[in-house]
Ligand binder design. Structure first.
Ligand SMILES: Cc1cc2nc3c(=O)[nH]c(=O)nc-3n(C[C@H](O)[C@H](O)[C@H](O)COP(=O)(O)O)c2cc1C
Length: 161
């Protein structure tokens, strides 16, 4: 059976919800990216997110418990911060994906457009992830993203087959 790993970072829980649903639907292993210096949902925490994004900073992260090279597909999930990807996922994509056979990715965001985040992910991966998609927070919360999450799970499983 094809092996799928879902790796994500989530500050507020939306990306975690999508990642958890995807892992359940695909039978994937799942891992949350842990920061060495965790941030919190405080004014300073949000300020750090924005500063990191504007400066395209990497955030030190703890070692992964799962080896991306051991999976057929690795699905990476990140929130969008100030149009960019989250800094822990910037570090993950730049430094921790060695040997990954295939990368799929999704962003969660408030607004309608994830183009800048998509471009950054594509650059860090060296090619566009397949698939590369996004979910709006309000749709995840209301449940109306459910069909799109199922579709992503099917694509990932097909990719992995
Ligand atoms: C610091 C910060 C910056 C954000 N910037 C954007 C943005 O530029 N565009 C957008 O659509 N949403 C933005 N958002 C909203 C998040 O992308 C959205 O709420 C996301 O689903 C959060 O994921 P999480 O709950 O997994 O952390 C921002 C949120 C935070 C906390």
């Amino acid at each position: 059976m094809a092996k799928v790993l879902v790796v994500y970072y989530s500050l507020g829980g939306t990306t975690k919800r999508v990642a958890s649903a995807l892992a359940k639907l695909t039978g994937a292993d799942i891992e949350v990216v842990q920061e060495v210096r965790p941030r919190y949902r405080t004014p300073w925490g949000y300020f750090r997110c924005i500063l990191d994004s504007l400066r395209k900073r990497h955030a030190p992260i703890e070692p992964l418990h799962h080896d991306p090279a051991a999976y057929d597909v690795v699905v990476v999930g990140t929130p969008v911060w100030a149009d960019h990807i989250s800094s822990p996922i910037r570090t993950l994509l730049a430094d921790r994906m060695a040997g990954a056979k295939r990368i799929a990715a999704f962003c969660t965001l408030m607004g309608p457009k994830a183009e800048i985040a998509f471009a950054e992910i594509t650059t860090l991966c060296g090619q566009p992830p397949n698939p590369l998609t996004s979910f709006r927070e309000k749709d995840v919360e209301s449940g109306s993203a459910s069909e799109a999450i199922h579709a992503l799970a099917r694509e990932v499983s097909e990719d992995a087959a």
